[in-house]
Design a protein around this ligand. Structure first.
Ligand SMILES: Cc1cc2nc3c(=O)[nH]c(=O)nc-3n(C[C@H](O)[C@H](O)[C@H](O)COP(=O)(O)OP(=O)(O)OC[C@H]3O[C@@H](n4cnc5c(N)ncnc54)[C@H](O)[C@@H]3O)c2cc1C
Length: 370
């Protein structure tokens, strides 16, 4: 650790303490996107840690430690900073020099909010089924199709759109950087989600949307190379969210167990409860260590990054689901009401087992490497 590393984390902690804790419930209830907070956090240099040049050692470890802290306070905020980072990776790693000069600083600091448009109503885990097309037209391409589950839809300025330019399968896809306000882009109303409601997710319909060839990221028919370049980062960020969420739930449940009295003793005195909390702490620490091991592999350019990131994503998100469910159990009836945050955390944990490649798909990827 250098002197600078704790400084960034201190600043994240200060923003959380001063501005986040007081607004979470209101913003989640009213589905208000916390744009100013996302911009404040990105301006600290969080996306730049993994999408730019940095002198800091272990930038991926540092990024994930920051995301963990944010998720312990508010998953929607952590997820938004993470999503912004992923969407920026495509431009940072595959954009032309001109495009990077024009747009990269704005995206890294979230002055330009970005989104990844991969999934479609008929193409989720299996991206080879993507049906959105981009046909050659004059000196550019014309995009038609429907994208589903787009995080940041409605607040994004820029969309990474994966569309079919070649034959079927994964080989015929190209990644385009599309302006969200281009003619023919129609954002649908936000989905009514189980949790993470402050971060909008919606379908986007593309009807004859013209995009110049200069807005292609990577090469024609090689869009999956662009997508692949941030899959590992996606898994790590979600794992970091899971560790943060689970840690918050453990802290809250432990505090309750130490103060709630039944049968003449605090709940903590009953092994049925205290062993549950002990098991939660073991799995959280194991998740954190596996995540940091995977991050160090990325930072040192190791060869096991994809495997370790998939293992960390599965273990940490399954742990978050288990820990938040048990936290509700420790709080009893109170845990089942919206007045306690454990209820929200349990709903939020479910998302982490689905996004950035479901945990079943991660297991398929892990098994294929054994
Ligand atoms: C809140 C939210 C935000 C999202 N944000 C984005 C975004 O910003 N951009 C984007 O492009 N997408 C986004 N997604 C979509 C997400 O990536 C997909 O939901 C995910 O890839 C799974 O696709 P699906 O939902 O169509 O499920 P399906 O692929 O239909 O799978 C359904 C179930 O079958 C299982 N399954 C499928 N295939 C296999 C297999 N071969 N072996 C074993 N099990 C299998 C899955 O694990 C899952 O449990 C988001 C989703 C949500 C809920």
């Amino acid at each position: 650790m250098t002197e600078q590393q704790p400084e960034i984390l201190d600043r994240v902690d200060r923003i959380v303490a001063d501005h986040v804790d007081t607004v979470v419930d209101d913003y989640e209830r009213s589905r208000t996107y916390p744009l100013a907070l996302v911009q404040q956090l990105c301006a600290l240099g969080l996306p730049a840690l993994v999408t730019g040049r940095t002198d800091l050692p272990q930038p991926t470890v540092l990024f994930c430690r920051a995301i963990e802290r944010l998720a312990a306070a508010w998953l929607a905020l952590a997820e938004s900073v993470h999503l912004q980072t992923l969407a920026t990776c495509a431009l940072a790693r595959h954009g032309t020099a001109d495009l990077r000069t024009e747009l990269l600083p704005g995206m890294q600091e979230a002055r330009l909010i970005a989104a990844n448009c991969m999934s479609e109503p008929g193409a989720g885990s299996d991206l080879s089924l993507i049906g959105t097309t981009a046909e050659r037209h004059d000196d550019g391409y014309r995009i038609n199709g429907v994208k589903a589950w787009v995080g940041h839809a409605g607040v994004a300025d820029l969309l990474n759109v994966y569309a079919r330019t070649g034959g079927g399968g994964l080989g015929g896809l190209t990644c385009f950087l599309v302006d969200a306000d281009a003619p023919g882009v129609c954002i649908q109303p936000p989905e009514d989600k189980m949790g993470v409601r402050a971060l909008p997710t919606a379908r986007i319909v593309f009807t004859d949307v013209d995009v110049p060839a200069s807005r292609i990221l990577g090469r024609v028919n090689r869009g999956m190379i662009v997508a692949h370049s941030f899959f590992t980062q996606g898994r790590l960020g979600v794992a970091a969210c899971a560790v943060g969420l689970a840690s918050a739930a453990l802290r809250y449940a432990t505090k309750h167990a130490r103060t709630r009295s039944q049968f003449g003793a605090n709940l903590m005195n009953f092994q049925g409860v205290s062993f549950m909390l002990a098991d939660m702490s073991i799995k959280i620490e194991a998740s954190r260590q596996l995540l940091h091991r995977a991050c160090r592999e990325v930072d040192s350019g190791g060869s096991q990054t994809e495997l370790l990131a998939a293992q960390a994503k599965v273990f940490a998100t399954d742990t978050a689901m288990e820990v938040t469910t048990n936290a509700v159990q420790v709080l009893g009836a109170r845990g089942y009401t919206g007045t306690e945050p454990v209820e929200r955390w349990m709903r939020e944990a479910k998302l982490l087992q689905i996004i950035e490649g479901t945990n079943q798909i991660q297991r398929v990827a892990i098994a294929s490497r054994l």
